[in-house]
Design a binder for this molecule. Sequence first.
Ligand SMILES: [Fe+2]
Length: 276
Amino acid sequence: MRADGTGVLEVEVGDPSCVTVIQITDSHLRQDADGAVLGVPTREALRRVLAGIRRDYPHTDLIVHSGDIADDGHPDSYRHLAALVRDLDVPVVCVPGNHDDRKAMSQGLVSTTVHRSCSARVGSWLVVALDTLVSNAEYGRLSGSELQRLDVDLLSHTDHPTLVFLHHPPVEIGSKWMDAMGLRDAQRLFDLVAARAQVRVLAWGHNHQAFEDRRGGVCLLAAPATCFQFTPGSRHMEVDALAPGYRVFTLYQDGTFDTKVVRVPEAWFPPQLGTE
Ligand SMILES: [Fe+2]
């Protein structure tokens, strides 16, 4: 991957007429490689999800991790991610989630193939990965500089249909406890997206569940976590029995796309509440 004249990374793709971008999210890795969250060994769960991607989508062009890479914000947790994706030979772009720590991410991902909060051209498409982390808060917010970066990258790539990734949901998903910690001031993002017609998708993590809706011409999508899942529609934290998974985007040159959620049953470990 190299940068073009605008600072946007350029991904080398196999077939520009049809590219594959995969979203993984909420891996919640621990400093202790064998550490568990809610009883789930999160590094092993991610390893199995990545093995499923390698088996079922061997021609993936780009992987986007939409945040909560680490559960503990420790540099070693990010090193675990870099080590797991090293053998895939697929470029990775990531953004921080509320459990992440920007400084530790920088330390853990330095000199690795994992890129942070950037934009990338993939075939005829543009991928923009936005940082919504507010330190010591569960909710998220886009800073003025991140919104400006989005606007600049969209304006310099107006002919490129665009996927935007972020950690925090810009809409409510009908789950009271989750909706209390979404993206604040989301209207600023929607106003900008409405003014730049090329954005086709807003995709996020944080919810630990699949979600799909539309707003105007924009698809609104959440992906399952690579560790444990939360129950849709729950008023309080409730762990679902569904398997971990990821979301696949198949992007065509004419600006159309397909997307689906893929579950990885072999990556499922029984979650246990109260065992953090
Ligand atoms: Fe999470």
